[in-house]
Design a protein around this ligand. Structure first.
Ligand code: T1G
Length: 699
């Protein structure tokens, strides 16, 4: 006889004879919000008080078992019952409790499984402890129970990497007891019956002793001290895992305190902002609605960008026609794509067979006529307007009606390009970032006449390519490169006024950037910036302090950076070293300009650099080039190596505050009133005491 009790709106109990099922149903990912926590605790307590059931099985409805604590509750006053307390009630149950996990059992979801007395995985299950990606640590027993089941090294690996572990590995490590191919409900009933029949052993995890491994703990602590000193939660994870040697209550107390402390950090706020921001930017109305089918893509240009874009499409299983004007260029493109895909195989991103299948979907061709049947063309040729206009004029006649025509231009006017066709509604910008098959950012540039379904298709393509699509309006440089063009001048001014390129790089890497601006320039090629400065020379503001003197002289020597063996740094066998020739150029330029160099602290370097970035980022929001501050933040997290734990330039700006930013800019303006100007929007925010987070909510 089946009896169903609705404990609350998210949790129900179904009893069948000696078996009690606790069913979690909290779409979209069964996160352990307050109602789920209360319901789980009440259900276990009720069944133990009744004493009728002989075994309890917990499973979840929907596409995944519990995917973690409810992140939307973070930063708000905690509401009881606390998750660790609920899991202690489960672990202490007199009636054996088993769990059936499917989909992605992550964070608090995986910890729920660990608190039960046996764990069943459904085929395709992945488990993980991704809390570190949110600036946190497992805070519901993960650091205490996982060492008991799978040892300290494996626990450190999972908790510090945040990686998702496939069910097969979890089974092999003893983290799950069985792996079955059934529905969660079928598996729950079968496993419960097996417990009753003595075919499935159960035990409290806390009763299992931890195998000590002080060396793993010491080595990890030392590595983190050397490599991640600027982060908070990784060190706390090691402390908490070390406490697993203690009895459960003491160990959980240490874990809890570490969790509460990490919850207070700006890093947690920044990483949560990044988590939701990645979803917010593609959740806009323009990304919804009708889309056009993209079954085949034409890519024009077999250079670095074109090959990277083609690789990205092939990795997503989309057939690609690669078009070049000459055979040697086409061959180079195919070779680059092949190398990119082989790299994906060596990184374990795809198998050799998948690589071969992908290459079979590549059709290298000469001339544009072969593009008559593609659904989308992505032009990735030389960044010169006349070249692009010529191509789009031809595409206008070659491509079928309804085909989308996209330019990968990184700053040129998409409206001007669209005007070369009689179908501007089919034209947009799809700005990929190099290497295009690795970098996740895709700026989706909306022309004045771009049709809504073309924009929506751009977002659908971004999702299929596993990229983060961000809507941008037309201007020189769209969102990212426009802001970069502004703040990169500050790096140059700092060098002109007394800092060395290496000091600027070191200061910004200490802030959290993967690479400082001079190293980035050397990597990308200093000739790119040189061309831009020459392109803009005729229209440059005469009142602007020229920032390119040093870089121009470096380029005049042909020292374009890594590809030339030297730029700001000299590239040889070992680590790059500062180029002494550049130091001489800097001294000469200072002398020519009558500059007496002064010392800069790392703190001042970061303040000036970040303030310049925030100024132009504010203007980009102010004039509507970006929809909201969060869109700018995601551009910088996914396209410019901005430190993720800081959430992005405008999330970071909120940690300073508009008032202090205005005061800082006003001070700098005394040196250079032309470059340092307070954007009206920032002044308004300072006057009203509002934040960029407020603007995100209001947009
Ligand atoms: N809390 C609240 N909402 C969540 C959520 C969560 N944990 N995870 C996902 N969502 C929402 C998401 O915002 C989106 O909402 C929808 O679900 C689908 O997500 C105590 C403290 C599970 C792999 O970090 O990795 O447990 O936009 O678009 O691509 O130690 O979501 O539809 O309105 O990403 O299929 C640990 C985070 C939390 C997992 C599914 N858990 N989530 O990916 O869908 S901390 C995580 C994910 C914790 C404990 C600690 C992914 C996914 P909307 P989606 P997806």
């Amino acid at each position: 006889m089946t009896d169903v009790t609705q404990v609350n709106e998210k949790i129900s109990i179904e009893t069948q004879g000696d078996i009690a099922l606790i069913i979690i149903d909290n779409p979209p990912v069964n996160a352990t919000g307050q109602v789920v926590r209360q319901g789980l605790q009440d259900a276990i307590t009720k069944l133990n008080d009744e004493g009728t059931a002989k075994v309890i099985a917990i499973y979840a409805e929907g596409r995944t078992f519990v995917a973690g604590a409810d992140i939307t509750e973070f930063g708000k006053p905690p509401q009881p019952p606390a998750l660790p307390d609920v899991y202690n009630v489960i672990e202490d149950s007199e009636i054996p409790v088993i769990s059936v996990m499917h989909g992605t059992a992550l964070g608090g979801g995986f910890e729920l499984g660990l608190a039960t007395h046996a764990r069943i995985g459904i085929k395709g299950l992945r488990v993980g402890l991704p809390e570190i990606l949110l600036g946190l640590l497992p805070g519901a027993g993960g650091t205490q129970r996982l060492p008991r089941l799978a040892g300290i090294p494996f626990t450190l690996d999972m908790a510090l990497s945040g990686r998702q572990v496939k069910a097969e590995e979890a089974l092999e490590k003893g983290v799950i007891d069985r792996l079955v191919d059934a529905t969660p409900r079928e598996a729950a009933l079968q496993a419960a019956q097996d417990v009753l029949d003595g075919k499935l052993a159960t035990r409290r995890t806390c009763d299992v002793d931890v195998e000590a491994d002080d060396k793993a703990l010491e080595d990890t602590a030392a590595m983190l001290k050397a490599k991640q000193a600027h982060l908070y939660s990784p060190h706390k994870i090691v402390e908490a895992v070390a406490a697993s040697a203690l009895p459960r209550t003491e160990g959980l107390k240490i874990e809890r305190q570490a969790f509460v402390d990490s919850m207070q950090t700006p890093q947690r706020a920044g990483l949560i902002h990044a988590f939701f921001g990645e979803r917010a930017v593609s959740g806009i109305p323009e990304a919804k609605g009708d889309t056009r089918e993209i079954a085949k893509i034409g890519v024009i240009g077999g250079g670095t960008m074109g090959s990277g874009i083609a690789t990205s499409c092939l990795l997503a299983g989309i057939p690609v026609r690669l078009v070049e004007v000459a055979q040697d260029g086409l061959d180079r493109g195919v070779a680059t794509i092949t190398k990119n895909l082989e790299g994906a195989v060596s990184r374990g991103k795809m198998s050799a067979d998948q690589k071969d299948t992908a290459l079979k979907m590549l059709e290298p061709s000469l001339g544009l006529d072969v593009l008559s049947d593609v659904d989308l063309v992505i032009e990735a040729v030389f960044e010169q307007m006349d070249v692009k206009k010529d191509i789009f004029g031809k595409l206008n006649t070659v491509c079928k009606p309804g085909a989308i025509l996209a330019s990968n231009t990184s700053y040129l006017d998409v409206n001007e390009i669209a005007a070369c066709t009689d179908r501007p509604q089919d034209v947009l910008g799809l700005h990929f970032f190099s290497p295009a098959h690795v970098m996740r950012l895709l700026e989706i540039v909306q022309g004045a006449k771009t049709a809504p379904d073309v924009i929506a298709t751009g977002f659908a393509l971004a999702k299929k390519l596993k990229k983060v699509g961000v809507l941008a309006q037309v201007c020189d440089g769209f969102i990212g490169n426009r802001i970069l063009a502004h703040y990169s001048k500050t790096a140059s001014y700092l060098v002109l006024d007394g800092a060395s390129p290496q000091q600027v790089d070191d200061a910004l890497e200490g802030f959290g950037f993967a690479m400082g601006p001079h190293k980035v320039g050397d990597l990308a090629g200093l000739d790119i910036g040189w061309m831009t400065r020459k392109r803009k020379a005729a229209t440059r503001d005469p009142n602007e302090r020229y920032a390119g003197d040093v870089a121009d002289k470096i380029c005049e020597n042909g020292w374009f950076g890594r590809k030339a063996g030297q730029g700001y740094y000299i590239y040889g066998q070992g680590a790059p070293v500062p180029n002494p020739e550049v130091a001489k150029i800097i001294d000469d330029v200072r002398a020519e300009k009558g500059i007496t160099p002064r010392a800069f602290s790392d703190e001042e370097i970061v303040e000036r650099y970040m303030t310049a970035m925030i100024v132009e980022a504010t203007r980009v929001v102010e004039d509507g080039t970006a929809k909201r501050p969060v869109d700018v933040d995601m551009v910088f997290l996914f396209g410019y190596g901005f430190p993720r734990f800081r959430g992005g330039p405008l999330h970071y700006a909120d940690t300073i505050g508009a008032k202090d930013l205005v005061a800082r800019i006003t001070e700098y303006a005394k040196e250079d009133a032309n470059y340092w100007q307070v954007p009206p929007l920032l002044q308004k925010m300072a006057d009203e005491g509002t934040t960029f987070a407020d603007l995100n909510k209001g947009a």
